[in-house]
Ligand binder design. Structure first.
Ligand code: GDP
Ligand code: CA
Length: 339
């Protein structure tokens, strides 16, 4: 089975680790968010690609959810001793090596997709990880503070300001010119099903959907999403601040409506959010907290079961589903009509 998944950082990576456990024999292509990318000390940093790569490759700091395990921060301390800014972004020594290799390859003329593939040769994440685009895009946030109304890099708003200043606008700079990276549209076209993990709907999934052609390609497929919002709040992080910025309520219902039909055909919500509904979408309620790999695998298995049922694919047997069964002919036919 060929699966395409979009992904941001922590939420995406933890879900994907579950998906690999739930469907070990499938071929998974991950389209990664690069809107969070930032140039620091002359180095190109891709936080979401690295979170996916480290998590699936066994190098992640589990506690923190990002960065390398057994990390040290000597370089950061030395930079601070020189008074080099910014000092609010925590790059560890091991992590620095990744950004040095990436920047060196980019400077030599390799596109980010080729660089990512080269970095993954070390980490063997078990999925094919492709950045959404090889073109430079950056998410910027318009805020008003004592320095007036201005745009700051997403990371400055998120990490330095902890999203405490309201975002007036969230803009993906470069979105108009950016094209999908090589392999992205082909992977979607070849996919049996597409899964949207519980990544940030605005600055992770929403960013990827802004790259020309990606949304249209996904609309032609069977897509199942997992709600990142449980009981009216993000499970982790500050996605509520991002949703508020674009005028969307922080509820599983509102995020479903944001993605909308025909993009999404199936939607998993937490049990306390049962009752969420949208025409043309099959909604199922499940425990949606990823406590560990097993619970992530149960969620991923349920998403995959729903997707295969909606796509009318039979006998894929992920074995981790909750017994919803495979779609019969009539089910598949009805869902096809609904799409
Ligand atoms: P980031 O780039 O590191 O912020 O990570 P993502 O964009 O991939 O994921 C962030 C989103 O994941 C947040 O909106 C969280 O609500 C969501 N999330 C994190 N852990 C869980 C979980 O256990 N269950 C669900 N349903 N969502 C989660
Ligand atoms: Ca991110």
């Amino acid at each position: 089975m060929r699966i395409v998944s979009l992904a941001g950082g922590i939420g995406g990576a933890r879900f994907l680790r579950g998906l690999l456990t739930a469907a070990p024999d499938s071929e998974i292509t991950v389209i990664g968010n690069t809107g969070d990318d930032i140039t620091l000390y002359g180095l190109q940093v891709c936080p979401d690609l690295d979170t996916v790569m480290y998590t699936l490759g066994g190098g992640i700091d589990e506690e923190q959810g990002w960065g390398r395990q057994k990390e040290t921060h000597v370089v950061k301390e030395e930079l601070a001793a020189y008074g080099v800014e910014p000092q609010w972004f925590g790059l560890g020594d091991r992590d620095f090596a990744t950004h040095i290799v990436r920047t060196q390859m980019l400077s030599a003329g390799y596109p980010l997709s080729a660089v990512t593939e080269a970095l993954c040769a070390r980490w063997q994440p078990g999925v094919r990880l492709i950045p959404m685009t090889d073109d430079r895009t950056e998410t910027h946030v318009v805020i008003s503070d004592e320095r007036g109304r201005r745009a700051v890099h997403f990371q400055e708003w998120w990490v330095r300001l902890r999203a405490s200043v309201p975002a007036e606008q969230i803009i993906l700079v470069g979105a108009d010119e950016a094209r999908p990276a090589p392999g992205v549209l082909q992977a979607v076209a070849d996919a049996d099903v597409v899964i949207l993990p519980p990544s940030n709907p605005v600055v992770s999934i929403g960013t990827i959907l802004q790259i020309r052609g990606i949304r249209e390609a996904l609309e032609a497929k069977t897509v199942v999403g997992v709600s990142p919002i449980v009981g009216g709040a993000p499970v982790r992080g500050m996605a509520d601040a991002c949703l508020t910025a674009i005028g969307v309520e922080t509820t599983a219902q509102a995020v479903l409506e944001l993605y909308g039909s025909p993009l999404v055909n199936g939607w998993l919500v937490a049990e306390e959010d049962a009752g969420v509904a949208l025409d043309g979408v099959r909604v199922e309620a499940r425990p949606l907290i990823m406590h560990d790999v097993e619970s992530a695998a149960a969620i991923a298995g349920a998403a995959l079961d729903l997707a295969t049922a909606l796509a009318g694919i039979t006998g894929t047997g992920t074995g981790t589903g909750t017994g919803s069964g495979r779609a019969g002919q009539s089910d598949a036919g009805r869902d096809e009509a609904a799409r």
